[in-house]
Design a protein around this ligand. Structure first.
Ligand code: ADP
Length: 481
């Protein structure tokens, strides 16, 4: 039965929405001012004479910019829905994949079709695949001709024509400037990833299409879905509906959404390990969850599991993603120092529990993570006070997969390289000793989390917190506050 539910979950991912049904502005949520800006386009379709009389420039092209899954296609469909215009969509990458010479004629067809069915909106997804800067070493004749044809079609629009081209991209930076000249894609609308309140709105749009339990806490959901796009949120609700259905319910409950989120984060399950391996993995995860909970700069633990999952064949501890950091890549020294302790904690726990001679290779990947964090601290972001290094960044050894290290040593003065390496070693050693001491102080809490994991496989953040608050040492609990 569980297998069947999982198979359904997989299929859901491939589900495509019905392109034929009309979409309106109310179906698109959490995208800030984008709808307000697009109202102008709707007005143009609805009252073209008034629009012309007011002397406003007739819009021809609108470029929607934003990350994948934020609702750009949906928004273009909503503009068509609101305006009562025909919606003609295609993906620009289809142009370039075609045989030579076909791209340009395909563009001509597309535009003549739109003229015949006007009022119409032509929607071109992934415009960057034909619209990237022309010429240069990577020039592509076919692409250039396709783009030229598109531009000349747009230039040839006469002012009575009720056709507007909307295009979407998440790479505005690589677009040919000719595309965004006046009279072409001169309206640019940004469609961002939804923020906290945006996520609540989007979840409501999708949950309102079906029955759901009255006690679903949208604030909790928004909190746990930091970084999700609109498409991921829609997918989450669909998956939750499948989970509910497999439990013979029509109403979606909060636990269905939680299951769907866990699935999204961790992927499908894999076969269980032997008891010996499970205990080892539980030790590593318990140590990670414990240190994440005790260290104040680290975000709250959402879940910790020792169930082998597709996205992580060992166990996994997931902390709440940080909105600001995810988007800007902003890391403080304090954060990195504490993160380093968490990735070293698994090895430290093994040493404490099994002794030096019985340590395993389980930690290989986390040790590579540790190396990366410390190299960010010392070299790539130069955050230490070590005067021999200073704010000079140096290329350093970095993992290139499968535990291998690649030394990139171009143009690095040997003295600087040596100083950086020594500093990294010092920080790694000191951090390792720190986290080992921390775990030793909190051995009782560590053992209890391990036992709870062995018993239940997966713990949520509150369960970990309850154990930590009841059994961690006072000194660590106080410095956390
Ligand atoms: P994009 O074109 O930006 O990649 P899509 O418009 O294709 O994103 O989004 C895919 C699906 O995800 C939509 O059909 C819709 O169900 C859902 N979705 C995405 N963004 C939103 C949003 N802002 N509001 C409501 N639903 C959304």
């Amino acid at each position: 039965k569980q297998k069947e539910a999982q198979r359904q979950l997989k299929n859901i991912k491939l589900m495509v929405t019905d392109k034929d049904e009309d979409v309106f502005f109310d179906d698109v949520a959490g995208i800030g001012d984008a709808k307000v800006e697009l109202q102008e386009i709707v007005d143009f379709f609805q009252k073209p004479e008034k629009f012309r009389a007011s002397g406003s420039r007739i819009p021809r092209g609108v470029l929607l910019c934003g990350p994948p899954g934020t609702g750009k296609t949906l928004l273009a469909r909503a503009v068509a829905g609101e305006a009562g215009a025909t919606f003609i969509a295609l993906n620009a990458s289809e142009f370039v994949e075609m045989f030579v010479g076909v791209g340009a004629s395909r563009v001509r067809d597309l535009f003549s079709q739109a003229r015949a069915q006007s009022p119409a909106i032509i929607f071109i997804d992934e415009i960057d695949s034909v619209g990237r800067i022309r010429g240069g070493a990577t020039g592509n004749d076919e692409r250039d001709q396709t783009l030229n044809q598109m531009l000349s079609e747009m230039d040839g629009f006469d002012s009575d024509l009720q056709v507007i081209v909307m295009a979407a991209t998440n790479r505005k930076d690589i677009l040919d400037p000719a595309l965004i000249r006046p009279g072409r894609f001169d309206r640019i609308v940004y469609v961002p990833l939804p923020d906290y309140f945006g996520r609540i709105e989007i979840l409501k749009v999708h949950l309102n299409k079906r029955p759901y339990a009255a006690d679903i806490d949208f604030h909790d959901l928004a909190f746990e879905t930091t970084g999700y796009s609109g498409a991921q949120l829609a997918n989450l609700v669909n998956m939750a509906a499948t989970v509910a259905a497999s439990a013979q319910r029509t109403e979606i409950q909060y636990t269905d959404l939680e299951k769907a989120m866990e699935y999204e984060r961790l992927g499908p399950e894999r076969p269980r390990y032997s008891d010996v391996a499970r205990r080892r993995i539980a030790g590593m995860e318990a140590a990670t969850a414990l240190t994440c909970t005790l260290l104040p700069a680290i975000e709250p633990v959402l879940t910790v599991t020792i169930v082998p999952r597709e996205k992580n064949p060992l166990g996994q501890t997931v902390v709440k993603p940080d909105e600001g950091r995810e988007m800007t890549g902003l890391w403080t020294r304090r954060y990195l120092e504490q993160q380093l302790l968490t990735v070293l904690s698994g090895r430290a726990a093994e040493e404490l529990i099994y002794g030096v001679d019985e340590m395993s290779s389980l930690h290989q990947l986390r040790l590579a993570d540790a190396r990366q964090i410390v190299s960010k601290l010392v070299v790539s972001a130069a955050m230490t006070e070590n005067a021999a290094i200073g704010p000079r960044t140096v290329s350093v050894p970095r993992p290139v997969g499968a535990g291998l290290m690649q030394a990139i040593t171009q143009n690095v003065p040997p003295a600087l390289h040596y100083a950086a390496d020594t500093e990294m070693e010092k920080i790694l050693q000191a951090s390792y000793e720190d986290v080992k001491a921390m775990l030793a102080r909190n051995r009782d809490a560590l053992d209890r989390i391990i036992e709870a994991l062995l018993e239940k496989d997966t713990l949520d953040g509150d369960e970990v917190l309850a154990i930590v608050e009841a059994h961690a040492c006072k000194e660590d609990l106080e410095s956390r506050a």
